[in-house]
Ligand binder design. Sequence first.
Ligand code: MN
Length: 291
Amino acid sequence: MAANTTTVNPLGVHAGVWVGDWSDDSARFAIESSAAIGYDFVEIPAVDPREVDVAHTVRLLESSGIGAVVSIALAEDTDINTEQAAVSARGEALLNSAVDFAGAIGADYVGGVTYSAMIKYDHSATAASRDNSLAVLGRVAARARARGIRLGVEYVNRYESNLLNTAAQTARFIRDLGADNVVLHLDTFHANSEELSLPAAVRDAGALLGYIHASESHRGLLGTGVLDFTGFFAELAATGYTGPVTFESFSSAVLPRSTSNTIGLWRESWSDPHDAARAAHAFLREHLAAS
Ligand code: MN
């Protein structure tokens, strides 16, 4: 997002709104469509930099004049919230690869479910698994810092992690981590499930808040669910938040079955990504301007 770091509340759109993979054609469609609407950056799910044409992505970002950030969610066999060393090592390698991909495309942020697997656990996190996650992320954060990259910790609902489900838990986790380039990533969809209110979540995040996913209660079009976005943006304004705000929405019209299965997406939220992304951009601009 290097081109836009001076913008107040730069607006992003998750690539999953547009595409289900990062082939050359998908990258072109996602980046050019995002830029055409006026988004400042696109959030790209991490791919192995050895398996995609990174230079192609860089050229598209440059010619479209927008930035990029990278997201990632660990899986059961790459979990760092574990006491199993081999599984943790695979997770650390994957996180390092995401940081390297971000560095290669000029992205200054890697966020998501970086601290645990994104799965429905059948047990609580342990002190040892939490400590392991902290230790791994400390090393990954140092690697990111050397490349000028911030690392985001996105708490999710109880069905997608057993470690961080609230802003308060996440703020404590980040303070325990003790790295100055690690920020709290707040997703309104997840916060809605677990917090007293969206404004309360913003207050609990405090100065650690560094990235936002604006996502409806049903993951579809912004403003058509039960979330209090007016209260949310008013609280953001009150706390002086100037960081990125990214539209995250998923529809089975775009995502491949494998991805839909991971996030529990069983319905078509909308059919046209252009309409969804354009409406979200207007919705976010309007709410930011009003608050
Ligand atoms: Mn999210």
